[in-house]
Design a protein around this ligand. Structure first.
Ligand SMILES: [Fe+2]
Ligand SMILES: [Fe+2]
Length: 165
């Protein structure tokens, strides 16, 4: 069964949100580079790439169901942050909002008995558990470091260990 136009619109909004997330993390990566935090810069760059893959995955699903993804302008993310902690807190907050989006989309798809979309969204619901856990882990670490520069550099080295998925 072909996907409904309202579902295409709903999923297309999320395609835009994934591009925005990518842009946000790219902006955080640029900031971290400027602040001499190469580990955080690398971590955010990889995160930005993952978000592009999410957009691609949604687009592929829309296409497979006979729909056509609707594009919209991508908002400009913030470029200035007070600290690495503030960056990671903003990333965590953003992930919570994205989780909320997927929860609401799943509820709508269930209402419309579009179980193929429910199934496609399930992957994202699972992914969000991981994304929230990771960002909240780094928030906790950065809070522990507080104002100690040595601890911050240690965490930056740990962030640099992240590998491409
Ligand atoms: Fe995402
Ligand atoms: Fe994400």
């Amino acid at each position: 069964m072909k996907i409904s136009e309202s579902t295409v619109e709903m999923l297309s909004k999320q395609v835009n949100a994934e591009f925005y997330a990518s842009y946000l993390y790219f902006s955080m990566s640029i900031w971290a580079d400027r602040e001499n935090l190469p580990g955080l810069a690398k971590w955010m760059e990889l995160q930005a790439k993952e978000e592009l893959e999410h957009a691609e995955r949604l687009h592929k699903y829309i296409t497979e169901r006979g729909g056509s993804t609707i594009l919209a302008p991508i908002d400009l993310p913030p470029g200035e942050f007070a600290s690495a902690l503030e960056v990671m807190e903003a990333a965590y907050e953003h992930e919570l909002m994205v989780t909320d989006n997927f929860t609401r989309m799943t509820a709508t798809a269930l209402e419309e008995q579009d179980f193929a979309t429910v199934s496609a969204l399930r992957w994202f619901i699972d992914e969000q558990v991981e994304e929230e856990a990771q960002t909240s882990h780094w928030v906790d670490r950065l809070r522990l470091a507080g104002e100690r520069k040595g601890a911050l550099l240690m965490i930056d080295n740990q962030l640099a260990q992240r590998q491409e998925a």
